[in-house]
Ligand binder design. Structure first.
Ligand code: GAL
Length: 667
């Protein structure tokens, strides 16, 4: 069973250590309040030292030890790292990149997902594990594989080519459907048989965009097939034990997996999240990843399966976490729906590629700041047990679609400087700074419960999604759409008529031409109150057809044309912004839209202080996460008990610098 409270622990790789260390491990786990660990993730080579010959003894002893100590196991199928003997026997199970280079083994997560030999071997070891441990009392959850999609997101070998043709046959019913969808009449790419179609391997210049987009879909679907095949075996052998695989929803960490589709296949969503040191506010990226994870879980609770106690070791520069930051990060995930705070890894490795990656037990042992904070965090999480089952409450929806992102990143677009992820980040950050909690939603999802829906960059939009947005606004919703959205259909074909085909009516305008700017260029845009903002990267010739102009371009080719418009449609309102606004402009735009949507202004909350609410049968909880260096005072709308200190709380809650407070409201 998954522990009843908040899951606390990490990846436990005892095979790296002599057995004497294991006894100390479990003693320390108990001291820290660890209640679940992920085991066996990379143990295939030890578990099956030669084909079909299993050695389960070590794992038997590990699981027994965990159970004796009351620690649950998130037991992995080790299929992310096939053994060397396997590749010696099946060299064609190694993946091939776009340039035709076959990659070598000796690292990890390097295999061809279509290889029949890989699939057989992976399902065999999954079955052997299922048969042996289905009834093991330590087994809480199955952890299939590790982070699908990273680092090899697609393979271009001949097995994949054959598999791709079968996928095309199923998707399009034959070669005619493919020709139509991809527009192969252009550049003489017409095919007369599916046999002629290859993966989009390196060619002299750009290939067919429909083919490239479908290959992304195919690669994603292939990984999912592998997951589902393992999952089904485990379901059959151990009914009732949840099966998961660890996602990496942060858009900067994995771009090859459609997590909307994966969220439907797992029994519980789990996620790995690492802070990226790129000069931006890491806590905003963390909040965004957590919100996206909760959203792919359909709003249900999920588990943070990996993050770091301090620095990682795979960036060019890997800063340590500041005192208190580890707990703040963990609790920020819990605020946004996580029911776990787990780490990579339990004990810091002495050898191997990740020996400079932080861990719960650092090289320095227990007389260290990290260890003391690990013990403290265990106690804090223990006091939050009752939040289990409650759900994070969101104010607005941001639409996101991996397929659209893939399509937009294909070659030869109007500007390579337009970056869908950058816009998603920027709009998210602007909403975060207005203290609005975000749910992400698929463009075809039911949006009726959200007063405000934001579309930061949805280049690809199906007709159904367009209809969905129209209906949403007709019924009284407020919509904000950023440029280069609603342009193509699911095959990367431009919607007929003027841009943006999927959104013309709801926005009350057409776009006659795109006019991207050169690096360093910007244009002034003048607001209704005469204020001047700046746009860069992108401008458009917008022609209002019912929409009112709110901001106007003051200079450049588009001078005099609308930069921001507002259209009343049915009972609602649709805003459109045709240039890249920086933070100040986005804040102004979202301020207007939030007023239309009658969202609270929350102007009394300090910047970088998160206030997030989880509600459910177990009660109503207010999480306050203070990322600043000074004490924050946050108004509570009811009295309650602060769970981390046990103190009563009412009126204005004082949250010390860098700290988190969780108030369970009375009633
Ligand atoms: C994850 C991976 C772990 C470990 C960690 C280090 O992506 O699943 O095995 O490598 O990164 O940050």
């Amino acid at each position: 069973m998954i522990p009843e409270g908040i899951a606390y622990g990490g990846d436990y790789n005892p095979e790296q250590w002599p057995e004497e260390v294991w006894a100390e491990d479990v003693r320390l786990m108990r001291e820290a309040g660890v209640n679940m660990v992920s085991v066996n993730i990379f143990a295939w080579a030890l578990l099956e030292p030669s084909e079909g010959a299993y050695d389960f003894e070590r794992l038997d002893r590990i699981l027994a030890l965990l159970h004796e100590n009351g620690i649950a196991a998130d037991l992995a199928t080790p299929t992310a790292a096939p053994p060397a003997w396997f590749f010696r026997k099946h060299p064609d199970a190694l993946p091939v990149d776009r340039d035709g280079r076959r990659l070598s083994y000796g690292s990890r997560q390097t295999f061809c997902p279509s290889s029949p030999a890989y699939r057989d071997a992976a399902l065999r070891i999954a079955r052997a594990l299922g048969e042996r441990y289905a009834d093991h009392p330590a087994l809480a959850m199955w952890h299939v594989h590790n982070e699908y999609g990273v680092p090899v997101s697609a393979c271009y070998c001949d097995s994949c080519a054959a598999h791709f043709r079968r996928w095309l046959e199923t998707t399009y019913g034959g070669v005619d459907g493919v020709n139509e969808a991809w527009g192969t009449a252009f550049w003489g790419q017409h095919y007369t048989s599916l046999e002629q179609i290859d993966p989009p391997r390196t060619a002299a210049t750009v290939g067919n965009p429909g083919q490239a987009l479908d290959y992304k879909r195919f690669a994603d679907a292939t990984m999912r097939e592998n997951f589902v095949a393992e999952r089904d075996i485990l379901h059959r052998l151990s009914p009732g034990i949840p099966v998961t695989t660890n996602f990496m929803t942060a858009l900067s960490q994995c771009d090859s997996v459609d997590y909307w589709a994966w969220g439907r296949e797992v029994d519980i969503v789990t996620n790995d999240h690492y802070l990226i040191t790129d000069g931006r506010r890491t806590h905003v990226n963390l909040a965004m990843a957590a919100d996206l994870t909760r959203s792919v879980a359909g709003g249900a609770p999920w588990i943070l399966l990996e993050h770091s106690t301090s620095g990682v070791n795979w960036q060019p520069r890997n800063p340590a976490k500041a005192p208190g930051q580890m707990a703040r990060n963990s609790l920020a995930h819990v605020a946004r729906g996580s029911e776990g705070a787990m780490f990579f890894q339990w004990r810091q490795s002495r050898r191997g590629a990740e020996k400079f990656h932080s861990a719960m037990v650092p090289h320095g042992g227990t007389d260290t700041r990290v260890w003391r904070e690990v013990v403290e965090l265990g106690a804090s999480l223990d006091s939050l047990n009752t939040v289990r089952g409650t759900r994070t409450q969101a104010d607005v929806a941001v639409l996101w679609d991996w397929h659209s992102w893939w399509a937009q990143n294909l070659d030869w677009r109007p500007s390579e400087d337009h970056d869908a992820r950058e816009r998603a980040d920027a709009f998210y950050e602007a909403l975060y700074d207005r203290h609005l909690t975000v749910d992400f939603a698929h463009p075809e999802a039911d949006l009726s419960t959200y007063p405000l829906v934001v579309v930061p960059a949805l280049y690809l939009m199906t007709e159904a999604a367009g209809r969905n947005l129209r209906q949403y606004v007709e019924n009284g919703g407020t919509l904000v759409v950023s440029y280069f959205s609603g342009i193509v259909d699911e095959h990367d074909a431009v919607h007929p008529g003027a841009y943006p085909g999927a959104l013309r009516d709801v926005l009350g305008l057409t776009v006659e031409e795109f006019s991207p700017l050169l690096p360093g260029q910007s244009v002034p845009v003048t607001g209704p109150d005469g204020s001047e903002l700046t746009g860069d990267v992108w401008t458009e010739f917008v022609v209002p057809r019912g929409a009112e102009t709110v901001w106007t371009y003051g200079d450049g080719l588009t001078a005099g044309h609308p930069a921001v418009t507002r259209n009343r449609h049915g009972a609602g309102t649709a805003w459109y912004v045709s240039t890249r606004l920086a933070a100040q402009g986005l804040d102004a735009l979202l301020g207007w839209a939030a007023e239309d949507a009658r969202l609270p202004a929350r102007a009394d909350l300090p910047r970088d202080v998160e206030v997030v609410r989880r509600n459910g049968e177990a009660g109503s909880y207010v999480f306050v996460v203070n990322h600043t260096a000074s004490e924050a005072k946050v108004p509570l709308d009811a009295a309650g008990t602060e769970l981390l200190t046990g103190e009563r709380a009412s009126g204005r809650l004082a949250v010390p610098a860098g700290a988190v407070r969780v108030v369970r409201l009375d009633g």
